[in-house]
Design a protein around this ligand. Structure first.
Ligand code: GLN
Ligand code: ZN
Length: 766
């Protein structure tokens, strides 16, 4: 049985690539220095995998920014807006163009926007969206993957180049010209793919990995046809090239027959996400094909349960024999951190249950040995797995009991919305078109410094608290001066909207160095939920109570919702994810109750990641959404009718889940809409969204100060679509990345816009 790794992290165990790229962009290091760092990182990965004993070692899994962008530049999928810029460079494939496509280019009289960015399947990794234009000519423009293959070869390592397969590549992009269909596009792209594969073959590549994760999604018949066309053309042109068709993140399901029919030498399947697909694949696997079993989880940080993996491996051996099997991780290890050995401060009990990329490679090798009959490694693993099943740090009987006791009443407000609305309006006494913000205010250097100093022990908790209180005081006064109606405390005490809560909840641990790439040079360090979640004490009440004591206007309590905490963490895999979501919901519910008891009359529970959790298959959407909505409702439905619950969502498509958003039954939802000129609101109107809505009237991503007139125009548009009494006025999202000057100027205009709209609305109703 050969071993196979579909991809390895590339940012560097100490985020060397991030630092090198950012220094290069800032003009602090030369291109040569950047390339040297990149070469070193590639060499480290290849050597590590070779020393571990891996047979199919990936190359071209390295990327300066993003692997989809690499494919674009490799094949010439370059939007025409970059053409002028391209002509100014001597070398058309120079990093300047590449980084311009990634980040936009505002220099030398150019003002070119970057490619769009979106999430890679159901991960938190964002890729650059290819733009296919009719005028583009595709060919092997940039031989990056050939160069990297040769680079490894010069180190004595024969690698398996990794490419995005043609159909997934097409589906990941946008066709910019009406009238051009997938079939035509594929026809144009295929010769370039074939040229690329031929060049790799010529360079000495034996196996080539083509990633086709789209095979685990719902496919139209026409798209299935694309698969047939693509892979038979490749086979015809290059009969000798060995293709490892790689799927991950789910089950092939109704695409099983299709995947097995394609003329490739080997198929990789994800048996962590979808162990149940093994039977179907084994029973239909053509005799000339190899099968790669992805048994070690590439998406999470838990140690492999050898007994479970071995069950799958043995079944496969029994049916097709070990000669036709490969063994590896479920997907690229891009989605997990580098090395658990670097975690020196982690609770040893929790650490023993974990594995990062380097440890996962060792697990693949161990499984290979165990499958070959070496049982000695099993006992130790079994001991660790058993300790996890019974650990008192993980299993809190009181939490499990509470989950069992959840009733329907716990997920319902006392009264229906119209009744609550009357009560809330009489308690809050807000004007028509009330103004508010989404929660965070500018995180200045001084504020960041405060948190850093507290962490390092440079300042005492008392000094820190006093300084944060000062920041809150100043922010409350600024909002009063601006004339905002519902105020916020500013979230200065929070580094991150998930980490802040995780740090105060039982069941979480944090790594020092567990970075994973989110996009480009941006990395995140997700919290780890290892055990039952519970809230030992209030998390935000003191800050909210303090802020409320400064003003007679309502100050919103500000919490992160259960699904967003779940989505942005590494989640335990020993119980269904939703079970963890409900535990999180109960913890937030306790906080909501305490805020209400402390006299907070408006409480916002943010769920920006609600849509991100949507499963890849449509057939699973309804179940997910129902449970996610239930988790949200469990978190908030503890309050009196008069307490106003807000939620906030942003930067995703919401049109298709509007009925579930309505089912959340928040009294007010603030939502990003300004970039699409309120397009989303039409969906709200069409659906007759019953509760109050704050469609964002300006985009917080730019320092630009929006004018009164443009925000007023958006409000009028909103008032045509929704009942005026249901409309709130607010920015698209939190303001933490902005500076105070532009924030105040923008909010001043926003308040004026709301006031103007009020006057005009009153005139209309008379
Ligand atoms: N309350 C958060 C903030 O204002 C919401 C952030 C988000 O939507 N991602 O920062
Ligand atoms: Zn937001």
């Amino acid at each position: 049985m050969l071993t196979n790794i579909p991809g390895y992290p590339r940012i560097g165990s100490q985020r060397e690539l991030k630092k090198a790229c950012e220094n290069y962009w800032a003009g602090k290091i030369s291109l040569e220095r950047l390339e040297l760092t990149a070469r070193q990182l590639r060499k480290e990965n290849w050597t590590l995998l070779q020393d571990a004993g891996i047979d199919l070692i990936p190359s071209n899994d390295f990327s300066y920014y993003d692997q989809v962008l690499d494919m674009c530049v490799t094949l010439g999928v370059i939007p025409s807006r970059f053409r002028g810029l391209q002509q100014t460079f001597a070398n058309p494939t120079c990093p300047e163009l590449y980084f311009a496509m990634a980040r936009g280019y505002q220099k030398n009289n150019f003002d070119i926007t970057a490619l769009e960015m979106t999430k890679w399947f159901d991960t938190n990794y964002h890729y650059m969206v290819p733009e296919f234009e009719a005028s583009q000519q595709y060919a092997l423009h940039h031989p990056k993957c050939v160069q990297e293959f040769k680079e490894a070869l010069s180190l004595g390592i024969t690698t398996k180049p990794v490419l995005i397969g043609p159909v997934t590549f097409i589906l990941s992009g946008k066709i910019k010209d009406a009238g051009v269909g997938y079939t035509q596009l594929l026809e144009k792209l295929l010769p370039a793919y074939i040229q690329l594969l031929a060049a790799l073959q010529e360079a000495g590549a034996e196996w080539i990995q083509l990633d086709e994760p789209s095979l685990v999604t719902d496919l139209e018949p026409a798209v299935r046809e694309l698969y047939h066309t693509a892979y038979s053309s490749i086979r015809q042109a290059l009969p000798a090239v060995k293709i490892l068709l790689t799927t991950y993140f789910g089950s092939l399901e109704d695409n099983t027959a299709l995947a097995l029919q394609l003329p490739v030498q080997a198929l990789h399947i994800d048996l962590v996400r979808a162990p149940e697909q093994l039977d179907a694949v084994l029973s239909a696997l053509p005799e000339d094909k190899l099968l790669s079993l992805g048994v070690v989880d590439g998406r999470n940080i838990w140690k492999n349960d050898y007994a479970i993996s071995l069950g799958l491996i043995k079944k496969a051996i029994a049916q097709i024999g070990e000669d036709r099997l490969l063994l590896g991780t479920s997907c690229s290890l891009l989605h997990v951190p580098y090395n658990l050995e670097d975690e020196t401060a982690l609770d040893p009990e929790v650490k023993q249950w974990m594995a990062f990329a380097k440890q996962k490679v060792a697990e693949v090798i161990a499984l290979q040995q165990i499958a070959a009959g070496d049982d000695s490694l099993l006992a130790e693993n079994e001991k660790v797995m058993n300790s996890r099943k019974t650990a008192s740090s993980i299993h809190l009987p009181e939490v499990k009991a509470r989950i069992k006791e959840i009733t329907t009443a716990d997920t319902q407000r006392h009264s229906i919305f119209p009744h609550r609305q009357v009560l809330q309006h009489s308690v809050l006494q807000l004007p028509l078109f009330p103004t508010t913000t989404i929660g965070s205010f500018p995180q200045t250097t001084e504020i960041r410094q405060l948190r850093a100093d507290l962490k390092k022990g440079i300042i005492t908790q008392e000094t820190y608290n006093a300084d944060i209180r000062n920041a809150i005081t100043e922010t409350i006064y600024r909002q009063e001066n601006l004339g905002l109606d519902v105020l916020v405390h500013g979230e200065f005490e929070r580094n991150d909207m998930v980490e802040y809560f995780g740090e105060q909840l039982d069941g979480f641990v944090f790594t020092q160095n567990g970075w994973v790439q989110s996009y480009g040079t941006r990395c995140v360090k997700p919290p780890v939920i290892f055990g039952d979640v519970q809230r030992p004490e209030p998390m935000t009440v003191a800050w909210s109570r303090y802020a409320q004591s400064l003003t007679s206007k309502p100050v919103k309590g500000m919490l992160t919702g259960p699904i967003t905490i779940l989505q942005w963490s590494f989640v335990r895999n020993d119980q269904p994810r939703m079970q963890t979501a409900f535990q999180l919901a109960l913890a937030i519910r306790d906080e909501v109750k305490d805020l209400e008891d402390a006299g907070i009359t408006v409480i916002q529970v943010d769920e920006p990641a609600l849509r991100e959790g949507l499963p890849l298959r449509k057939s699973q959407h309804a179940e997910y959404l129902e449970e996610a909505v239930k988790a949200f409702r469990l978190a908030v439905c503890t309050v009196d009718d008069a307490t106003q619950i807000h939620t906030h969502m942003c930067y995703a498509e919401f049109n298709d889940i509007i009925e579930h958003i309505a089912a959340m039954d928040a009294d007010v939802i603030t939502i990003e809409t300004s970039r699409s000129q309120m397009e989303l609101l039409e969906a709200f109107a069409h659906f007759r969204y019953p509760n109050e809505t704050g469609p964002g009237v300006y985009d917080i991503h730019s320092p630009r100060v929006p004018t009164v007139a443009e925000m007023e125009a958006l409000l009028h548009k909103a008032a045509q679509l929704l009942p005026a009494r249901n409309i709130w006025v607010n920015p698209d999202c939190g303001l933490k990345t902005r500076k105070w000057a532009e924030t105040e100027a923008a909010l001043r205009n926003m308040v004026t816009a709301a006031k103007n709209a009020r006057i005009q609305q009153l005139a209309v109703s008379f």
